[in-house]
Design a protein around this ligand. Structure first.
Ligand code: FEO
Length: 394
């Protein structure tokens, strides 16, 4: 399926309706797409990014349908294989083509794809490439989400091709974003799972893209934005230091004691006008938990003690939270135990990368008793007080 962006610019990438998992961890409830853009200048033809290797047939048939007999440049914004994986096939089909990218991306692609050194043209920040009436300018946007990531700006049409940056995992026949609620959710999921660890550096990269004053942002996943402010403003909200008056309670309970503590804490917080999201770690979708993490102020990990430590699913969550580095300000650990163990130490050891306040843990022996519920009440008041002091709750 070929999708026209403007005259001489087409999305010839692939739609992947069936894919349910990325990186063997990121769930794709809406599938995904690998956008690749052909740009037809008066003299030269460039392709921006390619597609996952297993979808190369879609790309090749789109190029054939568009009547593309020659590609001069394959611009590679990012070396990850969902965008670069088909470059070797394209170089076989279009042997005169050169891969245009930055020095770091070239090194990655030599390692990942075994592309020969003489196939590359290496460009730097701000350099341009004239296609004849259409001019590409290269903008380095490192760490969205690999060190070599860059964007390509088509000057005459004001289109910013940003690859993963501003992308969403969404298989859709819509060329441009139209179903805004759905796209907001999928773009937020993408941000949470892929971009959130690089929140600080995204501040600088957003500024660079804004300075281009793009009329269109064309990422390499999901629909294209003909109103770039929609996705730029969404990113600004997500990367800001502001958090919401919300607590995420992620719990696992084996025999119901920890669940009773969680239920009581939910009521105690709600009575204090603190909003709560509850996720059962065994049955919840990790992507939805990641979305929750984007703007909550407090994260509570609730786990029973098992084999002298936390339940493994709680350790997994702590590891994920530590890696995603959300902007939450407070973390609490709670749960029921039978006869001791190192639950708190093990969870804390997995949260070391976060700059958060870790509350005094709330551990209960066995099924919670009357005095334990009083401690949960105090725990809720302590969280509410933190939210008031942080200014997220009036
Ligand atoms: Fe869509 Fe980082 O690859």
């Amino acid at each position: 399926m070929i999708r026209k962006i403007v005259d001489g610019v087409y999305n010839v990438g692939a739609i992947d309706w069936e894919r349910t998992l990325f990186d063997e961890i990121v769930d794709l409830p809406q599938g995904t797409s690998y956008n690749a853009y052909i740009i037809m200048g008066d003299e030269k033809i460039a392709l921006i990014d390619t597609v996952e290797l297993e979808k190369v047939d879609q790309l090749l048939s789109n190029l054939e349908e568009l009547g593309i007999e020659r590609i001069d440049y394959i611009v590679s914004n990012h070396a990850e294989q969902d965008h670069s994986g088909s470059i070797p096939i394209l170089l076989e089909k279009y042997p005169m083509a050169k891969v245009v990218t930055n020095a770091k991306c070239k090194e990655f692609e030599k390692d990942l794809l075994h592309i020969d050194d003489d196939k590359f043209i290496v460009i730097k920040e701000g350099e341009t490439l004239d296609l004849g009436g259409k001019t590409l300018r290269f903008v380095m946007t490192p760490w969205v989400h690999w060190p070599e990531t860059m964007a390509t700006f088509l000057i005459e049409d004001k289109i910013a091709f940003t690859c993963d940056f501003f992308g969403s995992h969404a298989a859709t026949t819509h060329t441009f974003a139209e179903q805004y609620d759905r796209i907001y959710h999928e773009a937020k999921r993408y941000y949470a799972e892929i971009m959130m660890p690089f929140r600080q550096i995204i501040v600088r990269n957003i500024k660079k893209i804004e300075e281009l004053a793009p009329a269109i942002i064309a990422p390499s996943h999901g629909p294209v934005y003909s109103n770039p402010e929609f996705i730029i403003n969404a990113y600004k909200e997500w990367i800001s230091e502001e958090t919401k008056n919300e607590v995420l309670i992620a719990y696992v309970s084996m025999h119901g004691s920890t669940k009773k503590m969680v239920d009581y804490l939910v009521d105690s917080l709600a009575r204090r006008n603190v909003q709560v999201k509850v996720r059962d770690l065994i049955h919840s979708n990790l992507g939805e938990i990641a979305i929750d993490l984007v703007d909550v102020t407090t994260i509570i990990i609730a786990t029973p003690t098992m084999l002298a430590g936390p339940h493994p699913s709680a350790v997994y969550l702590a590891y994920i939270v530590n890696a995603l580095k959300p902007k939450a300000k407070v973390i609490g650990i709670m749960g029921s135990y039978g006869w001791g163990g190192r639950t708190v130490d093990i969870l804390k050891a997995n949260l070391g990368a976060l700059r958060v306040e870790i509350l005094e843990p709330l551990l209960v022996k066995g099924l919670p008793k009357k005095e334990d519920y009083e401690r949960i009440e105090e725990f809720a008041e302590m969280i509410a007080e933190k939210h008031r002091k942080l200014g997220v709750m009036k």
